[in-house]
Ligand binder design. Sequence first.
Ligand code: PGA
Length: 268
Amino acid sequence: MADSVTQKPTRTPLIAGNWKMNLDHLQAIAFVQKLAWTLKDAQHDFGSVEVAVFPPFTDLRSVQTLVNADDLPLAFGGQDISQHDSGAYTGEVSGAFLAALDTAYVLIGHSERRQYHGETDEIVAAKTAAAHRHDIVPIICIGETAEDLEAHGPAAVPVAQLRAALEGAATGKEIVVAYEPVWAIGSGQAATSEQAQQVCAALRALLVEVLGADAAAATRILYGGSVKSGNIAGFMRETDVDGALVGGASLQLEEFASIVRYQKHVGT
Ligand code: PGA
């Protein structure tokens, strides 16, 4: 069984840029055009790396139009989704609307949503179910605070959060997991690649238990939290890390492109 979950080459690396509340739709168009141009050689040399951006909702239609018109090799997704499909939920965005814009992915349960918007494990599970109802791949974000780490050790809280989120996952549908230690987000203080691997291995063991060995082996687990061009290669060398969820650095064109080209840094 151990062998079946260590076939890293079968998992396409995913580098995801979480723009958070930055860039309006005009800025998004300019950024995506430049990014696609900058990554042209990366797609050529490292076509196996999938790149996705997560703009604010108001940008999605513009990004979709651009990606479709120019057939850009770039995926995009929402930063959140409502657990409801329609109705009197002022300010919420339905998965049906995201699906209508060809949205491939949606971030669910980002620590900023958990912290500032009271998203509980139950809500995260309901949003995971909503994403699957609309054939959008949920990127389930989990991670421990510094206090959790102190009190419970490295993997306990992320594993419990993922277990709860999987309650909402539909059988046989793809998920992506993003392990983001809260203390590492936006702090400039990333986890070490060994710390990330330790937790990601525990998360994959849970996926084996809940989804079975084949689905666990196929599921991508991302690391997030102060990822930069200088540390990405170390994370990507780890057996159970299949990509990165990048915040601040995803808004810096050259830096983000350099993260996507991480294979150039391997061995350096
Ligand atoms: P950061 O953010 O890369 O700025 O630490 C990561 C995230 O919040 O997804």
